[in-house]
Design a binder for this molecule. Structure first.
Ligand code: NAD
Length: 436
């Protein structure tokens, strides 16, 4: 399929994007769709800008380029520009002729993302930094009327949740797209399994279990000459303002499935956990177990942990009045049984296809003039993770009303400079820690 040269008429291309966005905002029928006539999709090219060029950023750009023949990568930002250059070179080998990122279109430092957003040739900004930056990055991209792909979690605190909700409303109003990296929503084994649950195959849903129990997580030690900010951004998993701790950074995948199956956020959360193995300067806990409860009496028992030489479990199980559904992680598929143990449904999993599908859906929706905006649902799933973490940290039972509305918790540093100092990390301990 022919790819437009980078210097195609930006004016006409942007006029097209704006027009299709406006059509989406008005809720009208799409003028055309990429999936249907190849000739049409081949005549329009969408340009990607990538912010955060580590493992997942490179992976997500690769997924988008693989899934969308009419997408190319034109700008990149990473606090460490060498990482962007390395990612660019790898992607260019994988997708010859479709990575047109000159050295002058690679931006470093904490403000580099602003230059990607400001680049008039960029249509879609793909965010894959550590999560703490996500809400503010998304909000600025939406304010600039860019389409967005945002990796999960989309927020790590209530302040970020509110930023996401406002950005979601603005995107809906102006007709720009926001797709998020919660790939199970696009994995066929989950889509078909949840559809059958919602259609009543296991009767009334009464309970769920959700697990993200894995082995130890990476730790990137401080290197000589690193400022506090450079070190924390480098070793981001271990600082709560950046990662949100394990419930948000990893188990949000499960909680997003819980949100999906249950049809929305819970009413309360009651959690506990602790830490036994984490390095001294890590703020992370090792485990968090929570009970989420909905007003109608349904519950979800959630457990996340990262412990060496311990059993692993990453699955979701949905218990109904007439049967049980196993929505298994990664490639492990879905199986649904009735009360007698008879198999009612089974489907293999393919997570790789789901990673690509989210980018295809994003691009298709833009080209069809029906931009997908799914940020609010992912912000809610992310806030469920924050709720579990904060309930555990504080030892308190939390309500959704409090965490989504009244809480003033904002973890983002008041002042952030790459060569600057940051407050000392600290471990939250129930009895002494109080959630704002
Ligand atoms: N959907 C999934 O299954 C999945 C899988 C892995 C990671 N992720 C998510 O992707 C994100 C990135 O994870 P990763 O594993 O790629 O981490 P990583 O450490 O490999 O990469 C993060 C990159 O972002 C850069 N960065 C950090 N702050 C930045 C800023 N303010 N501006 C520009 N660049 C910045 C870092 O220098 C680094 O290159 C996380 O949110 C993670 O949860 C999602």
């Amino acid at each position: 399929m022919p790819i437009q040269p980078h210097a195609d008429s930006d004016a006409s291309r942007r006029a097209f994007i704006a027009a299709s966005a406006a059509v989406g905002a008005a809720g009208l029928v799409a003028p055309f769709a990429i999936g249907a006539p190849q000739a049409q999709s081949g005549t329009k090219t969408l340009n990607l800008g990538l912010v955060g060029c580590g493992g997942r950023g490179s992976g997500a750009a690769n997924d988008s380029l693989s899934a969308n023949p009419n997408v190319r990568l034109v700008a990149m930002a990473d606090v460490i520009p060498e990482k962007a250059r390395a990612a660019r070179d790898g992607l260019a080998k994988e997708h010859p002729g479709r990575v047109e990122v000159s050295d002058t279109s690679i931006y470093g430092g904490l403000d580099g993302y602003r230059q990607v957003i400001a680049d008039p040739s960029v249509d879609i900004v793909l965010f894959a930094t550590s999560p703490g930056f996500r809400p503010r990055h998304i909000a600025e991209a939406v304010a600039a009327k860019k389409h967005v792909f945002a990796e999960k979690p989309t927020c790590v605190d209530p302040a970020g949740y509110k930023i996401c909700c406002a950005a979601s409303d603005q995107a809906l109003k102006q007709g720009t797209a926001i797709v998020t990296g919660t790939q199970y929503r696009r994995q066929a084994s989950f889509v078909e399994g949840v559809k059958r649950i919602h259609d009543g195959l296991i009767g009334d849903v009464v309970d769920m279990t959700a697990r993200y129990c894995g082995g130890p997580i990476w730790y990137r030690g401080r290197e000589g000459g690193m400022s506090d900010a450079q070190y924390q951004i480098h070793n981001w998993m271990h600082f709560i303002w950046l990662s949100g701790d394990q419930p948000a950074e990893q188990a949000v995948h499960n909680l997003d499935v819980v949100h999906w199956v249950m049809g929305g956020a819970p009413d309360t959360c009651f959690a506990s956990g602790g830490r036994f193995t984490k390095p001294e300067d890590s703020e992370m806990w090792d485990s968090c177990s929570a009970t989420f409860a909905w007003k109608d009496g349904r519950q979800c028992d959630f457990k996340s942990r990262q412990l060496p030489q311990s059993a692993t479990d990453f699955d979701n199980v949905v218990y109904g009045s007439k049967g049980t559904a196993f929505l298994r992680a990664f490639n492990n598929g879905t199986q649904i049984y009735d009360r007698s143990g008879k198999e009612l449904f089974s489907m293999k999993g393919d997570i790789g296809a789901a990673y690509k599908q989210e980018h295809k859906d994003l691009v298709d929706s833009i080209l069809a003039g029906k931009p997908i905006v799914e940020l609010r649902q992912t912000a809610e799933s992310s806030l469920m993770a924050v709720m579990a973490r904060e309930s555990g940290y504080s030892g308190q039972k939390l309500t959704w009303d409090f965490i989504s509305d009244s809480s003033t918790l904002d973890l983002f540093p008041k002042e952030l400079k790459l060569d600057g100092e940051l407050p000392l990390p600290f471990v939250r301990v129930p009895g002494t820690y109080q959630m704002a």
